[in-house]
Design a protein around this ligand. Structure first.
Ligand code: OGA
Ligand code: MN
Length: 200
């Protein structure tokens, strides 16, 4: 389980929080097996009609998670997401009322260039939440999540069972080229605020 006190404190103080061993190995292996059995689509940039495939920016594939999925490992993930959503609302009054998430798969050589997790015309994404499911991950596999922070770059290893959450609009980040297949569940806690921007 996440250390909720540390999560709240560090999200507040520095805008991001990372913790290892949040998912137990059994849960990770169930999610990893599921990830291998799902259908993936090449990820794009932008949203809705403007979703554009641009491999010079990102070269991962994604598989959206449906809220009705019945797989026990996914249900457990969605229950964790809901617990965190309620906590974030209680502590920060963010009015988070939705979540969208997907499995992501980076084949060998894939990356995601520096970006923010929000769109110019849609500012609903408030907090990014990622869990990694890469068993036996080694530093030489690359694929770090690199946070571009005011005091420099901070590298996160996508090791099995670890999680990170950060402020979607404020933390510039990228995925460094990976040398092994790299898998994660990536999602966003969303709010209504900013819907004004949605149609403009
Ligand atoms: C993303 C992203 C980072 C990661 O999907 O927007 O930045 O570590 N993912 O997978
Ligand atoms: Mn991102």
């Amino acid at each position: 389980m996440p250390d909720y006190q540390a999560l709240i404190q560090q999200l507040c103080d520095q805008g991001w929080y990372y913790q290892q061993n949040v998912l137990d190995p059994q849960w990770v292996s169930e999610l990893a097996a599921l990830c291998h059995s799902r259908t993936f689509l090449q990820a794009g940039i932008g949203n809705g009609l403007k979703n554009i495939i641009n491999e010079s920016i990102r070269s991962d594939s994604i598989s959206w998670i449906d809220k009705d999925e019945q797989d026990p490992a996914v249900r457990r993930y969605l229950a964790l997401v809901e617990e965190i959503r309620v906590l974030l609302n209680r502590e920060f009054y963010l009015g988070l009322n939705d979540f969208e998430g997907h499995f992501s798969r980076y084949p060998q050589g894939a990356y995601y260039k520096p970006h923010y997790d929000c769109f110019a015309n849609d500012r609903r994404r408030a907090i990014t939440f990622i869990v990694y499911i890469n068993q036996n991950w080694q530093t030489q596999d690359g694929g770090q999540l690199c946070l571009h922070l005011p005091d420099g770059e901070h590298m996160i290893e996508p090791v099995a069972g670890s999680m990170i959450c950060f402020l979607s609009e404020q933390i510039l980040h990228e995925v460094k080229p990976t040398h092994s297949e790299r898998m994660a569940l990536t999602g966003w806690f969303m709010r209504n605020n900013g819907r004004d921007y949605y149609y403009s």
